[in-house]
Every structure is written in C-alpha cells, then in structure tokens.
Write a protein that binds this ligand. Structure first.
Ligand code: TRP
Length: 444
C-alpha cells in the first residue's frame, strides 16, 4: 500500500460526490413506495425527525471516522482502535454494501429499460402502465441483461478512479435532475384532482398509523443518506483537511431530503389525479410498491407536451443519479478488499463484480429474494451499523480526535455547548432512539 490515497479535488466536488451517493433511487423510487406504505404524512414527519435527530449527527460521525483514519470502512476502525473488535462494524458495513448492490442494481436495470422504452418511443404508445411494468418484471432475461450492463458501467467508473469518475459525473447531472423535478412538480400539482395527493403527503391521518412505520421511516432515512455502512466514511477518507464536516453533512442531508420530497410531490399528486378509481387509490399505491415510480411517472409524462423527450431525459438523469450511488457502494466494497487483502484494485473490483452479478441475478428472478435484501439492509443492517458507529464516536473515540475533526484543528470556532450537545446525541440520544425504534419495529 505504498501508493498515496487520492483525495477529492475541489470543495464543490466533495459535496457533489457525497450528495451523489445520497441522492439516488432511494429518493425517487424507494421513498415514494415507503411513503405510500407508511400512510403518507405520518411517515414523512417521522422520516424528517430521523434525519434531524440522528441522520445528520451520524453523517458527521462517519465523516469524523473516515477523515481521521483515511482508510476503508473496516481499516478505519482498525487504525483508530487497534486490537479491538470494532473492526466488525466496518466488516458488517462492507457486507451491507454488498447486499444493497444485490437488489439496487436490478432497479437500476429497470431505470435503463424505461430510458430505452422512452427513446424508442414504445413508452409513448402504452395505455396500461401497470401491465407494462409487470411485463418487464416477467421478462427475466431483459432484467438480467440490463442489470449486468449497469454493474459493468459502475465498475468502469470505479476503475477510472476516484477523482475523474465520481466527481465529474456527479457535478454536472445533479443540478439538472433537480430542475427537471421542479418542472414535473409543477405539472403534477396542476393536474385536476392533484390536491388529494398533496393532502395524503402533508396532512397526517392518525387513524392510519401502522406499528412498523417508525422502523420503516428510520430505515429509509439511513438508506437515503447512505448511512450506517461506512459509505460516507469511505468518502470522507478522501476529504481534504480543510473540509467543513458539519456544513457538508447539513448540505447533503437538506439536498437529499428535498429531492425525496420533490419526488413525492410529483408521484402522489399524479397518482391521485390519474387514478381510474379514487376510492381504491391508497390500497393501489401500497400494492404498486416497487412499481410506483415506473407506473405513475410515465403516465404523468403522457399528460405533458413532448412526452418522449421528457421521459427520456428523466430516466437518463435518474440512471446517472443511480450510478453515482452504485459507484459509492461499489467503491466501499472494492477499496476494503483492495486495502485489507492486499489485492490490486483491479483484482478486488473483479471479485466484487462477480459477487454482485450473482446476487443481482437471483434478485432479478425472485421478487421475494429482492425484497429480502431490501428489507435486511435498510431495516436491520444499516440501523445496527449506525448504532455502533454512534457508540464508537460517542464513547470510544478520543474526544481530542472528534474535536480536532469538527473544528479542523481549531480553525473553525465551535461553542462548547455545541460540542457537548453533539457528544450527548452520539452517546445517548441516537443509540437509544435507534434501539427503541428497532425493538418496537420487531415486536410491533
Ligand atoms: N443513498 C442512495 C440512494 O438513496 C443509496 C446508497 C448509496 C446507499 N450508498 C449507500 C444506501 C450506502 C445505504 C448505504 O439511492
């Protein structure tokens, strides 16, 4: 390991890379389907509370561990706490990354499929969008081919290196996706009957609360912010010494939540406005589950002038957003194998690609397996990882390291109350809240 580790170049590049990891299918595909399942507004309120109370603090915690160790997820614990068992937290994280890639890549394949359907014009002629999506689910070969394509595409960017690959792709496309979503929100909310969708999103209906909604919302918060598996940790290991960790965590979290909310404000008003039968809309939304995005959005585009162009641009940008997320996931797993097992980056990458292809193929042909990987990662592995990262920085890590990281060696002034409050969150608030939600979700 004599080669020097690369670092991100510009400041914008660092925010863009971390935001690129966070913003992905989690915001635009997973968030709406979880929101539908969780009863709308209630889910969103708990979700936002999770982001504020432990999402942002945990992201800062991952940044601290990553930048102070400048190592991969497992190596970081190794370096900061030699001879202890903390390295298992990093190892769990690497395993989690693997599990996530195993189903995420399939959804990436669907996204590419919808891009192809857009540019070839076939999406434009569809009349039953739900049947159209089910047709894709029934076509295993097509799903597998597109999944393989996306895995190889991701591997190519990892191969091209940190700076060039990740930074460049993230910087250009993210703002465009954001603007496009705003245009779509405007179209969706001005459809006849859109108000019911906005009500569902923003007006809590307390009768509808499910007991698992807390765990679902927490899992979604972890998933969407790329937390709990050492992904942000690995990215922070490339941060520069003068990067303002707290600021970046806040910026990335705000951006990520905004994209999710915008996606919700596109999908729910459209779904309610375009529903054939408004009485069964909520149960249809829940049933639609993983298909919500791929059924409702194309239908919305059909109500826009120049639908082919809109949907082509949308699914292209969505593929890029997904790509910056898969890159971050694959980077964690690859750099772990590369640094811990003394393999070359290329060999490590090859190993990861083979593993992901196997998992991806199984989840493409088996929906139960797909759902298992989704649930196991978001609702179990990420919260457990997050819990231990919080305990590690809160209790184990030398206070001096934490302070030096937060203040960039005293260059940023931070009040004592702030530092104490932060320490309280990591020591008590976050771990206890995560544990309670976790247990309640399992029993409830
Ligand atoms: N956050 C990404 C999304 O919302 C997915 C993702 C990338 C992720 N890296 C992660 C999720 C690490 C959990 C952990 O699509």
């Amino acid at each position: 390991m004599s080669e020097t580790r690369s670092t991100f170049g510009s400041k914008l590049g660092m925010v863009a890379a971390a935001a690129g990891s966070a913003v992905g299918l989690g915001n635009i595909w997973r968030f709406p389907s979880e929101t539908a399942d969780g009863g709308g507004a209630i889910f969103i309120i708990i979700y936002i509370a999770c982001i504020l109370f432990f999402g942002i603090p945990l992201m800062v915690a991952e940044f601290i561990v990553g930048r102070s160790s400048r190592a991969n997820a497992a190596g970081a614990f190794h370096k900061l706490s030699p001879g202890t068992q903390w390295k298992w937290v990093g190892r769990l994280g690497v395993l989690t990354g693997f599990v996530i890639l195993g189903f995420y890549m399939v959804v990436c394949g669907w996204t590419v499929d919808y891009f192809i359907q857009s540019i070839t014009g076939t999406l434009h002629t569809v009349s039953d969008f739900s049947a159209n999506f089910n047709q894709l689910l029934a076509n295993n070969t097509r799903q597998i081919v597109l999944m393989v394509f996306f895995v190889l595409l991701t591997a190519f960017f990892i191969f091209a290196g940190v700076q060039k690959g990740i930074e460049r792709s993230a910087k250009i496309m993210m703002p465009v996706l954001f603007l496009l979503l705003i245009v779509m929100v405007i179209r969706a909310t001005t459809l006849d009957g859109a108000a019911a969708g906005l009500n569902f999103l923003f007006k809590p209906d307390l009768q509808e609360v499910k007991s698992t909604v807390f765990l679902d919302a927490m899992g979604q918060a972890f998933f969407s912010l790329s937390l709990g598996m050492g992904c942000m940790m690995t990215y922070a290991s490339y941060f520069r010494d003068d990067t303002h960790l707290t600021k970046i965590a806040v910026q990335v979290s705000v951006l990520d939540s905004m994209v999710a909310l915008l996606a919700g404000m596109v999908i729910f008003p459209s779904a309610f406005a375009l529903a054939a039968n408004p009485d069964t809309i909520v149960s249809n939304l829940v049933e639609g589950g993983p298909g919500l995005l791929f059924i409702t959005i194309p239908e919305l585009f059909n109500h826009m002038q120049g639908s082919i162009i809109w949907s082509a641009i949308f699914f292209l940008l969505l593929s890029v957003a997904a790509l910056t997320s898969t890159i971050s996931l694959m980077e964690v797993v690859t750099v772990y194998i590369h640094e811990e097992y003394r393999m070359s980056r290329r060999e490590a990458l090859l190993l990861v690609v083979i593993g992901v292809l196997v998992l991806g193929t199984v989840s493409a042909v088996s929906l139960p397996f797909f759902n298992l990987l989704d649930m196991a990662s978001a609702k179990f592995m990420l919260p457990i990882g997050g819990l231990f990262i919080s305990l590690f920085v809160g209790w184990y890590l030398d206070k001096k390291i934490t302070q030096a990281q937060l203040t960039n060696n005293g260059k940023i002034s931070m009040g004592v109350t702030f530092l104490k409050g932060y320490s309280f969150i990591l020591k008590f608030l976050a771990p206890i809240a995560i544990l309670l939600i976790f247990l309640y979700g399992l029993i409830g």
